[in-house]
Design a protein around this ligand. Structure first.
Ligand code: GDP
Length: 463
């Protein structure tokens, strides 16, 4: 990928629509567009004002019939999304006409953009920090209001700002220590050794608090691996469908209908669930069903949240008891769902006893939808920190950011211990510098090329 090339792509989704947008970015963007764009006024894009739309037509190079009527706008570096000269052409949104406009641009000297290349250029030219680019990716994927709030906060630089401040605090401590090392007889440092130690401790604590927001960020953005289990006919598939809001799983009163593990992503209140429905637990001679049951048990082991469904109209069976014991022994976060409340509002005491071993119990009806708000609240209570305002606070939303913050915290704590136990200041400086490098990975100021390539490969072409 040559980042000096002028690139182009269709930035709107493939298919028929009112309009489509073709974006061109790079040093030759305006010259490339001017080869195929003729404005009604006769003024070229090179002569047009920055950011002002111009009405005109697109022509294939060397042809006199126009391809389409379009609006074109030139943005001059660095005042564009990519930080480079950019032209955006808005044409009519037919599949063929869009393709022809793009072909005309490519024939005039632009290269087809690779996935995520526009955003990558924005990162390289300093328009976006790496975590802000990730937030932009989250914004494009957002399916819930909470995901959108977090992504917007990330794009506005809430996390970058907080991290930038902590990075600067560490730099100040480091330069203070170097002043003491290099000029031991002069009093150049603004801070005493005690003040330096307390400042490192304060930054480490702030970073720990920031890293801890990942529990909430992950529950909202990435999702909680969640398994729905229970004995056959308790209503697992009905609960699965109700949470998803559509009939993804087949529901019948025939035992053993769900034989394999089904997976979907669902939004429940503020949380995102990476949901899987499993085969009902019962003894069976059916070979396929037995394999399904083995898989169910494996899913329970790997889950971070177990929703155990019980039939509220019946007394618990041996399968119910052994499922509750298994979940209790695993220590995983769990919620007992006593289903079919439309048929029986007061489950029997024996069932309530079994459910008391779970973290929480919710009585609900997959048929009527009653109780699902209480289920959403129970999940939020387990996974979402009420102290965090996702509309205002800096929140860590990705595993990469969390790992970097975590290692920064650990390195800082080690450096602090070394300082307190009298290890040489030179050695402490190395520890603090390593911590700063780890912190720099979050916003991309210190990051390997492979990681950058991996992040931008997740974007679509045209973004
Ligand atoms: P699974 O085997 O645990 O996945 O159970 P299903 O979701 O397939 O449901 C088994 C039977 O119970 C079906 O006939 C469902 O229509 C019925 N059922 C499930 N949930 C409810 C509920 O909340 N109320 C009532 N009345 N019937 C339900």
């Amino acid at each position: 990928m040559n980042l000096l090339d002028t690139i182009a792509a269709v930035s709107t989704p493939y298919g028929k629509g009112g309009v489509a947008l073709i974006r061109i970015s790079g040093a030759d963007a305006i010259a490339v567009a001017d080869k195929i764009f003729k404005s009604r006024s006769g003024k070229s894009l090179a002569e047009s004002e920055h950011g002002r739309m111009t009405y005109g037509e697109i022509f294939m190079p060397g042809e006199s019939d126009s391809v389409d009527d379009v609006m074109a706008v030139a943005f001059r570096a660095p005042r564009s999304f990519t930080g480079e000269d950019t032209v955006e052409i808005t044409c009519h949104g037919g599949v063929l006409v869009t393709r022809k406009v793009l072909s005309a641009v490519l024939l005039s000297g632009a290269r087809a953009a690779e996935a995520g290349e526009f955003t990558r250029r924005a990162y390289i030219s300093g328009k976006l920090k790496l975590n802000e680019a990730e937030a932009l990716g989250d914004l494009l994927e957002a399916k819930s209001e909470s995901q959108l709030s977090l992504a917007r906060g990330g794009m506005k630089g809430r996390l970058s700002k907080k991290m930038g401040e902590l990075y600067d605090d560490l730099r100040r401590v480091l330069s203070g220590i170097y002043a003491v090392i290099d000029f031991p007889d002069e009093d150049l440092s603004e801070m005493s050794r005690e003040e330096m130690e307390s400042e490192i401790g304060r930054v480490a604590a702030d970073l720990r608090r920031l890293a801890d927001t990942y529990g909430t960020g992950r529950a909202v953005s990435e999702g909680i691996p969640t398994v729905i289990c229970g004995r056959t006919n308790a209503g697992k598939s009905s609960v699965y469908n109700r949470i998803l809001g559509y009939d993804a799983a087949i529901v019948t009163d025939v035992e053993g209908t769900t034989r394999d593990v089904l997976r979907e992503t669902a939004i429940l209140g503020k949380a995102t669930l990476l949901l899987c429905d499993t085969a009902g637990l019962r003894s069976t001679d059916d070979k396929v069903e037995s394999i399904g049951i083995e898989r169910s048990l494996k899913e329970i082991e790997d889950a971070e949240l177990v929703l155990a469904v019980f039939d509220g109209t019946r007394a618990p069976t041996d399968e119910d008891v052994s499922l509750a014991e298994k979940i209790g022994a695993s220590g995983v976060a769990s919620i007992a769902l006593i289903n079919k409340s439309d048929l029986c509002a007061n489950p029997c005491g024996e069932l309530l006893d079994i459910c008391s071993s779970f973290g929480k119990t919710v009585v609900l009806s997959a048929a009527s939808g009653e109780g699902f708000d209480a289920l959403a609240a129970a999940v939020e209570e387990l996974f979402i920190d009420v102290e965090i305002d996702i509309k205002k606070d800096a929140v860590v939303t990705g595993a990469r950011q969390f790992a970097a913050l975590n290692s920064c915290c650990e390195l800082l704590c080690r450096a602090l211990e070394d300082m307190k136990s009298g290890v040489s200041l030179d050695a402490c400086c190395v520890g603090i510098e390593c911590a700063m490098s780890a912190l720099g990975e979050v916003d991309g100021r210190e990051i390997g090329e492979e990681i950058v390539a991996d992040i931008f490969s997740r974007f679509c072409v045209g973004k």
